[in-house]
Design a protein around this ligand. Sequence first.
Ligand SMILES: Cc1cc2nc3c(=O)[nH]c(=O)nc-3n(C[C@H](O)[C@H](O)[C@H](O)COP(=O)(O)OP(=O)(O)OC[C@H]3O[C@@H](n4cnc5c(N)ncnc54)[C@H](O)[C@@H]3O)c2cc1C
Length: 302
Amino acid sequence: MTCEVIENYELKRHTSFKIGGCAKRAFFPVSTEEFEELLQNLENPLILGNCSNVLISSLGIENDVIITSKMDKFEVINNTITAQCGVKVPMLAREAEHRSLSGFEFMIGFPGSIGGAVYMNASAHSQAISDTFKSCRAFDLKEKKIVELNKDEMKFAYRSSVLQEGRYILLDAKFELLPVSKEEISAIMKRNLEFRKYKQPSLAMPNAGSIFRNPPNDSAGRLLEKAGVKGLKHGGAQVWLGHANFIVNIENATSTDVSQLMNKMYNEVKEKYTIELMPEVKFVGIKSKEEEELWDTMLNKK
Ligand SMILES: Cc1cc2nc3c(=O)[nH]c(=O)nc-3n(C[C@H](O)[C@H](O)[C@H](O)COP(=O)(O)OP(=O)(O)OC[C@H]3O[C@@H](n4cnc5c(N)ncnc54)[C@H](O)[C@@H]3O)c2cc1C
């Protein structure tokens, strides 16, 4: 294989949480051909975009890892944007603004890639990536070939898409945006950025965005705030004082510190409101026994 590979790659360098042990091998494809070759040949590789929605184990990752950061090309034809999976979403939002295309204003404030954003069906400020999504090319791990998926086949729902079923890896995606005046788009982006200044920690305080999903017709942040978890700490991890649904890495936190703190938050809300919050952040890598139990409680509702 011709693709760039780094052995014993320390993943904490790459994650917005600044947490994560080593991957034995990290591959950095630069083209669809290289990416496809890796997917044809590696056994069960883990795909990582910009690592802003993952808690990577401090014990590291057993599998090979493919990091998509160099799959960063995009093309704009009229109001259609086609972007490779590694394109950073705030950059693409600025590009759309520059071309007077509306639909990506919400993406200005978070550090994801197109692959991670489609996988999560990222959303904010009443916009979601599924709103503008038209189709994508994905690698089908079952049939071992590239396929095209349309919007219906993506099964988009709140923080969910077909990619989470594990069969498809996103290569690139096509979006149709709306021509609108640049001034209007810029004003919406400015408002979105202002809102985030107060409602979420900046990346100077390492974090991975919202920790729990919103339960139906409610807000995880509201429930956590009422449960009194703001400022709660475990090891080097703390619930952010500005908003109770964020954990910040204040002092060399480990994945166990964050998992323990999440469990405390989960239990506080469960005890007070009999609501079982669902983690939005994905744990990846080798779980210690302690982490196994904590995540089993939160995911399988033991
Ligand atoms: C400060 C901050 C604010 C945030 N605000 C928001 C917000 O407002 N709204 C929101 O929705 N999210 C938000 N997030 C979370 C996060 O940025 C988004 O979910 C983002 O889209 C994740 O993209 P990523 O590239 O970082 O994904 P990663 O963390 O790298 O990966 C997330 C998941 O996607 C999978 N994946 C990545 N690429 C591919 C691919 N090509 N094919 C298949 N699977 C893939 C990974 O395996 C993993 O399971 C925020 C995060 C931070 C740190």
